[in-house]
Design a protein around this ligand. Structure first.
Ligand SMILES: Cc1cc2nc3c(=O)[nH]c(=O)nc-3n(C[C@H](O)[C@H](O)[C@H](O)COP(=O)(O)O)c2cc1C
Length: 340
């Protein structure tokens, strides 16, 4: 029987050749601090396309310079970024993978020399700067920055856009009551805390009609924070807003100890998938083909996101296929590798 991990997956006009997604991973490699794609990014991402990953999602890519996690982050805040990103999507696609980009703003988790912003003036911990609470005008400008970034991503040839609403970065800071202490229409009730993300999605959709993902942190690991049950409601709202898939991660909103074990976030993925009736990507310590196949066959998620294992093994899809007793196509230049 065909393994589900190697079965195609269709979203809108895009068909992924398998269910394996390279999860976004910051490479902090823009040494010139200009956010422009470097030779390293080309080699890094294109290797995983050659390695037969179905969808490659680029690392958190900053929609404004102030929204970078570090000065070395990849950026999409200006027209100067489009040509490097275009070359990258072309190469990824020529090698048979689909190309995605994670649009991000770090908010209070930016480790930058200049001023940083957040919903409320609360530092993450003593190592981080205290952010400035955003004005209504700054909220508007940031929503607009996501729209402009989505338009650039479209022109650069991306197949998928993922909005980074996880890991305690700016959007997550609006969603969580632990980090959002505003008393205007962006704070207080769950509906108000969701407003910033809602406006971003509405604006992005004015320029983007392709597959749209949102990455969430489905648990704050804090007794006054958000839980997977809250994210079932958020998931239902995201579905209504036209989001095609929720990529379910967890934590990093406030400092907290997380007990991580193989597949430790899959329970959140499964809950949101069935509670909100939305397509889901599972991520977090998924490292073997058997684990991935179990998650898909038991209908706990629709796509499998792999991060660190793809750093260790750029050809992980082949490793997983061998483990599952099947084989996958190789790039045609490598077919001789199968002839003895
Ligand atoms: C080097 C590195 C960089 C990461 N950068 C990002 C990022 O840019 N955006 C994001 O949402 N998650 C990021 N993550 C988290 C991963 O996408 C993933 O959720 C996490 O590593 C758990 O999956 P894994 O066990 O397969 O590694 C990063 C992880 C690593 C190891």
């Amino acid at each position: 029987m065909e393994k589900k991990l190697f079965s195609p997956y269709k979203m809108k006009d895009l068909t992924l050749k398998n269910r394996i997604v390279m999860a976004p991973m910051c490479m902090y490699s823009c040494e010139k601090e200009d956010g422009i794609v470097t030779d390293f990014h080309m080699t890094h991402y294109v290797s995983r396309a050659v390695g037969q990953v179905g969808l490659i999602i680029l690392e958190a890519t900053a929609v404004t310079p102030q929204g970078r996690i570090s000065h070395q982050d990849l950026g999409i805040w200006s027209e100067e970024h489009v040509s490097g990103l275009t070359k990258l999507t072309q190469q990824i696609k020529q090698n048979g993978a689909a190309a995605g980009i994670q649009l991000a703003h770090a908010g209070r988790k930016a480790a930058l020399r200049d001023e940083i912003i957040a919903p409320s003036a609360l530092a993450f911990d003593e190592k981080y700067k205290e952010p400035k609470a955003m004005t209504a005008e700054e909220i508007k400008e940031t929503v607009e920055a996501f729209r402009l970034a989505a338009d650039r991503a479209k022109r650069a040839g991306f197949d998928v856009i993922e909005i980074h609403a996880a890991h305690g970065y700016l959007i997550n800071q609006f969603l969580s009551p632990l980090t959002n202490k505003r008393d205007d229409e962006y704070g207080g009730t769950a509906e108000n805390r969701f407003r910033f993300l809602k406006e971003i999605l509405e604006e992005v959709k004015t320029v983007w009609d392709g597959p749209l993902f949102v990455r969430v942190s489905a648990c704050d690991y804090h007794e006054e924070g958000l839980t997977a049950d809250d994210y079932v409601s958020i998931g239902a709202s995201l579905k209504k807003l036209g989001v095609d898939l929720i990529d379910v991660s967890s934590g990093a909103v406030v400092p907290a100890r997380i007990h991580a074990y193989p597949g430790y976030q899959v329970k959140f993925a499964e809950k949101i998938k069935h509670g909100a009736g939305v397509a889901i990507g599972a991520v977090g310590l998924i490292t073997t083909g058997i684990q991935a196949e179990e998650i898909l066959q038991n209908d706990r998620a629709d796509l499998i996101f792999i991060a660190r294992e793809l750093l260790r093994d750029p050809y992980w899809p082949r490793t997983a296929a061998k483990e599952l007793g099947t084989s996958i196509e190789s790039p045609k230049q490598y077919e001789r590798g199968w002839i003895f």
